[in-house]
Design a protein around this ligand. Structure first.
Ligand code: PEP
Ligand code: MN
Length: 349
């Protein structure tokens, strides 16, 4: 922590600040400038983080030098990227680009199953689908709840693909963790600290989405909440933030990808569907995300987007997803990554 004093500080005030810092268990190093004095606080920044230092007479500014996140920080694991295993056969954060695809909401068994086989044939390694949906309107389709989770689990058994689904509330954590391979924290819940802590007590990997107005630091602190409870398997997701721009549903913050890769060992994936809000933006936003270093993509696919109960405008049809995956390949190669191997195409009878 570095404290800069006001220009006219008295020797008594300076002494009081020094004694206060030392009383909190740190050492001080004082440098007198021409106008201001700089007090370097040496020791654990955490001891000072909550201290109201601006209240001390003569203090002008206080600047932390250590990062507030520890478990999520890159240095915590010696600078190596972490791999997160999801279900039996998916890994995020390695050379293979992780592709998660599926509908916004699980609407019924048939549509989920059809989507699952189609996205698997096109090269997706994991399935997404919402059983509990955070809708802006209380009158909009809210998801099938436990019935939706059961459908997802059945389709996992048929396809072998791990399933990712959102948990909106602490009361749902137990049941969602029972069915899902990975728990999604939605953008609207990035700072629901009781939910983050509860999820941190489970053994399930977590897909943590960036909040609509969450900063990179707040996203990392949200990950820290989960990790502090013992669950270290967190994947971060950039899904666009709210800005003054209205031409896209959200503004995909491409810059956040390299910044996160610099700051944390956790894998970073991108959701181009919720970022752009339109099917025609999914491909270009995905190409940019891969070029910027994303470890994976999560994409909404619906067997008939025009009839989707949620997020139809941004959903790709199975054919569009398949073409998209082909157009993605050169970008994946250029980024020095690989796509997982394709598996059998047909839906069994
Ligand atoms: C979703 O994944 O369908 C969703 C609601 O995403 P977000 O929380 O990013 O809006
Ligand atoms: Mn959606």
């Amino acid at each position: 922590m570095i404290i800069i004093t006001r220009p006219n500080i008295s020797p008594e005030e300076l002494n009081h600040i020094r004694e206060h810092i030392e009383g909190l268990g740190l050492r001080t190093s004082i440098t007198h400038g021409e106008r201001q004095t700089i007090i370097g606080c040496i020791g654990d920044d955490d001891l000072l983080r909550e201290a109201p230092l601006l209240q001390l007479p003569g203090v002008e500014s206080v600047t932390p030098v250590m990062k507030p996140y520890k478990l999520a920080a890159k240095e915590f694991v010696g600078g190596r990227p972490s791999l997160v295993r999801v279900g039996d056969n998916a890994v995020v954060g390695g050379k293979d680009l992780a592709i998660i695809a599926g509908p916004c909401s699980v609407e019924n068994r048939e549509m989920f199953r059809e989507t699952a086989f189609a996205v698997r044939a096109a090269g997706a390694g994991m399935l997404r689908g919402g059983a509990y949906k955070p809708r802006t309107s209380p009158y909009a389709f809210q998801g099938l709840g436990v019935a939706g989770l059961q459908i997802m689990a059945e389709v996992r058994a048929e396809t072998g693909m791990p399933i990712v689904t959102e948990v909106m509330d602490t009361r749902q954590v137990e049941v969602v963790a029972e069915y899902a391979d990975m728990l999604q924290v939605g953008a609207r819940n990035m700072q629901n600290f009781s939910l983050l802590s509860e999820i941190g007590k489970t053994q399930r990997p977590v897909l943590l989405k960036r909040g609509l107005s969450g900063t990179v630091k707040e996203l990392l602190m949200a990950a820290e909440y989960i990790m502090a409870q013992g669950n270290r398997d967190v994947i971060l997701c950039e899904r666009g933030i709210r800005t003054y721009e209205t031409a896209t549903r959200n503004t995909l913050d491409i810059g956040a990808i390299p910044v996160l890769k610099r700051e944390t060992h956790l894998p970073v994936i991108v959701d181009p569907s919720h970022a752009g809000g339109r099917a025609d933006l999914v491909a270009p936003l995905s190409f940019a995300a891969v070029a910027a270093g994303a470890d994976g993509l999560i994409i909404e696919v619906h067997p008939c987007p025009e009839q989707a109960l949620s997020d139809g405008d941004q959903s790709l049809s199975p054919d569009a997803f398949s073409s998209f995956m082909q157009s993605l390949a050169p970008f994946v190669a250029a980024a020095g990554r690989t796509l997982p191997q394709l598996v059998a195409a047909e839906i069994p009878a």
